[in-house]
Design a protein around this ligand. Sequence first.
Ligand code: G3P
Length: 218
Amino acid sequence: MQIFLDTADIEAIAARAHSGLVDGVTTNPSLIAASGADIFERIGEICAAVDGPVSAEVVATDFDAMLAEGRKLAAIAPNVVVKLPLTTDGLKACHIFAGEVVQTNVTLCFSINQALLAAKAGASYISPFVGRVEDMGGDGLDLLMGIREVYDHFGYETELLAASLRSPAHVESAARVGCDVVTIPPKVFDQMICHPLTDSGLEAFLADWKKTGRKGLA
Ligand code: G3P
């Protein structure tokens, strides 16, 4: 399973990019706005910091303008993935980009039907929003399972990218469902590594070693 960071914070990305654990980055207009950076400059910086796919989202809502914005974003670097909203115009633009071999991430997906249509449009990635489904009292895990089932049933190659994940438990659920990718805030990435028993166990090991009076091994 691939792990993407869901952020436009270049320092947060750079601090984790060389761990071998970060496979890509996703952004959205809210994250770019929060960073205060120019979108073209920031996407360029992120693309230089990570080897993998970097999703950059259009802000246009009509087909022609989406194509123009998507092409401009795709020209920033070879690893840019054009992120498009799951609307009629977004799906039409996705279909055109698929023909041009431009990678796409269809976002704001909240139903199996939407995911099915994105796959038919040739999306490279589909982004169901787990946390926002749960915000509305829905079952985000069930949405992931349904999309996985339908994609596997028909052999669609669109990658299932679980988005709007807000906790390590969300990541574990997405992994168990067989999502191809999870995108997570840096904080959740850090939380995935930590366990209190790892910390207390390491502390005990080192305390026992210190009692022997021996030094480090290097
Ligand atoms: O990038 C899209 C998605 O991950 C947003 O998450 O927490 O704002 O619903 P959230």
